[in-house]
Design a protein. Structure first.
Length: 420
């Protein structure tokens, strides 16, 4: 790449300009991928995007002229790239993320994805077909994790390249997981990972020509439930509100109504027809996490619409058939140790949790109510046996019992069970 005027960057072409530098620069010696979590939820996706902007500014890959116009430094040797931790082409399954990106003119195809060839295990960091500098051995590549701190099993090949973590979840054994980790920014408890990124990089100088403040607040507003008092100490804390108020002050449009904006994004997120547009399989997988409690393996899917609405639309048999696929080619002993858990809103006041197993669910789970500190928050428990399918427990709790609260309860029950 010949030296010349640096490329002007704005809100709509930021990713395109990064791709230009990635593909055409002969000066790159270091590429750092900012990898969100494998659910690619709104917070994860926006944090990956915001952190890439902040670190590209910090490293002077993005520079500002005298009029504070951001420009891409064509001579930069370092580049931070936002990566969505899903297969390319599947972002529309995350309807709220897709909606937010479209609303602010951010093209989904301009992102990097974990399925991109040079990020796969087979061709990791092999750039010769993608960048002009054919001597790819001169390029050092690494990973920063954002909104998660534990790679899923199929991505463990990236472990030795993880150099940093920005997260708001409990972290354990990171020294054993990541031998080259040197940057750790974990803050607990806070409601949104966006709070971490915004508080560290966007409070003193907000790059208004690169980022809409309202976009920057989108995930924080949703994760903190519009700062409803019911969720204080659970979904949000004082730092979340402090950061929200500071970034909010950057918005110059007096006509912005945050209650309306919250309802707009939240309405898209929980729209029944939009969630079921692509079928049940994407719904099952898009917000899915895996845990190991005692000898149990937990597959946990969170739905943005009610389990009952899904059941009414596709039938309980289809739901159970899809769950049964996770038990294929396993013997009886293995099957008993795998629990499929879901959670979903019933209405504005209640949350439904289900636990499924094809063979049995241990009697200790009957004591679930005993583990709820405030019994007024526990509404009902039901157990159903489906012939040739398995057993399902249904627990209805107050809406304040989010997955973060129920997870340690299930973990505690699992550790009570012996000789499974």
């Amino acid at each position: 790449m010949e030296n010349g005027d640096n490329l002007i960057i704005n809100k709509s072409n930021y990713l395109k300009q990064l791709k230009f530098l990635f593909s055409h620069s002969n000066n790159l010696t270091e590429i750092i991928y900012i990898l969100g979590n494998n659910t690619c939820d709104l917070d994860s996706a926006i944090c990956s995007y915001l952190l890439s902007i902040a670190l590209n500014i910090q490293s002077e890959t993005i520079i500002f002229d005298n009029e504070q116009n951001p420009k891409l430094n064509l001579n930069s040797s370092k580049l931070y790239l936002p990566v969505l931790n899903i297969e390319r082409g599947t972002l529309p399954y995350r309807i709220d993320v897709k909606y937010a990106f479209d609303k602010y003119g951010i093209e989904e195809n301009d992102f990097w994805y974990i399925s991109d060839e040079y990020l796969t295990k087979e061709n990791l960091f092999q750039y010769s077909n993608f960048i002009s500098d054919k001597n790819e051995n001169n390029i050092k590549s690494s990973i920063i994790l954002v909104d998660h701190n534990l790679l899923i099993n199929k991505l463990n090949y990236l472990s030795n390249f993880v150099i940093g973590i920005y997260d708001h979840h409990v972290i354990t054994n990171y020294n054993n997981n990541y031998q080259n980790l040197y940057l750790i920014n974990i803050r607990i408890p806070i409601g949104s990972c966006s709070t971490i990124i915004l508080s560290e990089f966007y409070m003193k100088h907000f790059p208004l020509k690169l980022v809409s403040p309202l976009f920057a607040l989108t995930a924080l507003l949703i994760d903190c439930r519009n700062f409803s008092k019911d969720y204080y100490g659970n979904r949000w804390v004082d730092l979340d509100k402090e950061v929200f108020n500071k970034i909010k002050s950057e918005i110059k449009d007096d006509n912005i109504n945050f209650n309306d904006y919250y309802k707009e994004i939240n309405g898209v997120k929980h729209d029944i027809e939009k969630n079921l547009k692509y079928g049940f399989e994407p719904l099952l997988r898009k917000v899915q996490k895996f845990y190991e409690f005692n000898t149990f393996k937990i597959i946990w899917s969170a739905f943005y619409i009610s389990y009952y609405d899904i059941r009414n639309k596709i039938g309980e048999e289809e739901i159970l058939n899809k769950m049964l696929e996770y038990y294929k080619n396993k013997d009886e002993k293995e099957i008993k140790k795998i629990l499929f858990v879901t959670n979903s809103p019933i209405d504005s006041n209640k949350e439904l949790y289900t636990i499924f197993n094809p063979i049995e669910i241990q009697k200790e789970f009957d004591d679930f109510k005993d583990e709820i500190e405030n019994k007024d928050n526990f509404y009902s428990m039901e157990k159903k046996i489906f012939k040739d399918k398995g057993i399902v427990y249904y627990f209805v709790l107050n809406h304040v019992y989010t997955r973060k609260i129920v997870e340690p309860i299930l973990q505690k029950i699992c550790f009570k069970i012996k000789n499974i």
